[in-house]
Design a protein around this ligand. Structure first.
Ligand code: GLU
Length: 308
C-alpha cells in the first residue's frame, strides 16, 4: 500500500489523509472511541517532522470523532529541558493543535512504571545488566532483519550478555526484559502487513537504563496501555519499535492492541531525516522569519516524502 500525500486543508490543523480507517485486524477499545496521542520528547524545539506527525494525529482523531492526548515524553532526564517543553506547547498552540485534556509527563510517572513492572519482576523476566553503551557498541551488532520495510539505519542487537549473571536490580545497572525469538505481526494502516522479530532485532529489551531513566520503549508501552490508546500514529523511523512494543504490551497484560500507522518523514536529504538535535527547520525559526501558522502547516504537507 502506498503512502497518500497530505492534501491542502480547509481549516488549520486538519487534512492529512495518510491515515485511513481500515482496521489492522487488531481489536480496539470496546467502547469504539478513538484515542490517539501526540508524544514529543522535550529534547529540542518543535520541527517540521513533528508538524507532519501532528497533522496525521489530529486528522485521525477528527475523522473518527476521537480524542488526542498530549504526552510529554521526558523519560530521559538528562536530555529533556523544561524550556523545550514550554516552547513545544507554545508552538503547538500557535499552529492550532489543541489536545483533549492536560499534558501527561513521563517524568512524573515513576510510581506508575514501577507498578507496571512488578508483575514482570515477580515472573523473573527482568534482570540487571552492567553492560555500558560503549561496550555494546564495540561488541557484535547485527543489522535489523525483522522490519517489514527498509527504514533508516540499523540497530545493534544486545547479545543478552548479562541474562544469566543474576545481577540484582538496582541503581547503576540497566534493567532488561527477557524476550524470546518469535515474530509479531501487525497491520500498519499506511504500510500494510508487517512481521518483526523483536529478539532478533534488539535482543533482551532495556526497560530502565543505568542512570535510572525508564526507556522510551517501556514508558511508551505502559502509557499507551494505561491511557487505552487505540491508534498509535508516528513516523516510519519508529516502525522497528512496534513489534517489541506489542510483545511488551502483551506481557504487561494488554489484550486489545492499538492500530498502528507509520507515516513518511520530512527528509533533509535522500538518507537523512530532519533532526531536532541538528536544529533543523524549527517552527520557532519559521515564526521568527514571519511565517504564518497556515504557511508552516502547508510546508509540512508539501515536505513529507515517501518512507525510505
Ligand atoms: N517521543 C517520540 C518522539 O518524540 C515519539 C514516540 C511515539 O510516537 O511512539 O519521537
Amino acid at each position: 500500500m502506498g503512502y497518500t500525500p497530505i492534501p491542502a486543508p480547509a481549516v488549520a490543523a486538519a487534512a492529512p489523509s495518510g491515515v485511513n480507517a481500515r482496521s489492522s485486524g487488531g481489536r480496539v477499545s470496546s467502547s469504539g472511541l478513538v484515542i490517539t496521542r501526540f508524544a514529543p520528547a522535550p529534547t529540542g524545539f518543535l520541527h517540521l517532522g513533528h508538524v507532519v506527525n501532528a497533522l496525521h494525529v489530529w486528522q485521525a482523531a477528527h475523522d473518527r470523532d476521537g480524542r488526542v492526548l498530549l504526552r510529554i515524553e521526558d523519560h530521559d532526564r538528562q536530555r529533556s529541558r523544561p524550556e523545550y517543553e514550554a516552547a513545544i506547547l507554545e508552538d503547538l498552540a500557535w499552529l492550532g493543535f489543541q489536545p483533549d485534556g492536560p499534558a501527561v509527563r513521563q517524568s512524573e510517572r515513576d510510581a506508575v512504571y514501577r507498578k507496571a513492572l512488578q508483575p514482570l519482576i515477580d515472573r523473573e523476566l527482568v534482570y540487571g545488566c552492567s553492560c555500558t553503551r560503549a561496550e555494546l557498541a564495540a561488541g557484535v551488532g547485527t543489522p535489523d532483519p525483522g522490519a517489514g520495510v527498509r527504514h533508516p539505519g540499523s540497530e545493534l542487537r544486545y547479545p543478552n550478555t548479562c541474562r544469566d549473571r543474576d545481577l540484582p536490580l538496582g541503581d547503576g545497572v540497566g534493567w532488561r526484559l527477557r524476550i524470546e525469538l518469535g515474530t509479531e505481526s501487525f497491520f500498519d494502516e499506511i504500510l500494510g502487513p508487517q512481521v518483526q522479530d523483536p529478539s532478533a532485532q534488539c535482543g533482551d529489551l532495556l526497560l530502565r537504563d543505568r542512570l535510572g531513566n525508564w526507556t522510551y520503549q517501556f514508558a511508551v508501552t505502559v502509557d499507551d496501555h494505561l491511557q487505552a490508546i487505540t491508534d498509535v500514529i508516528r513516523g516510519v523511523d519508529l516502525l522497528a519499535s512496534t513489534g517489541r512494543q506489542i510483545r511488551l504490551a502483551r506481557l504487561l497484560g494488554r489484550t486489545a492492541m492499538p492500530r498502528f500507522a507509520h507515516h513518511g518523514l520530512v527528509m533533509k536529504s535522500a538518507t537523512d531525516k530532519l533532526s531536532k538535535a541538528d536544529g533543523d527547520t524549527g517552527v520557532r525559526d519559521l515564526r521568527a522569519a514571519g511565517w504564518s501558522a497556515e504557511a508552516v502547516l502547508d510546508l509540512a504537507r508539501r515536505s513529507v516524502t515517501l518512507p525510505l
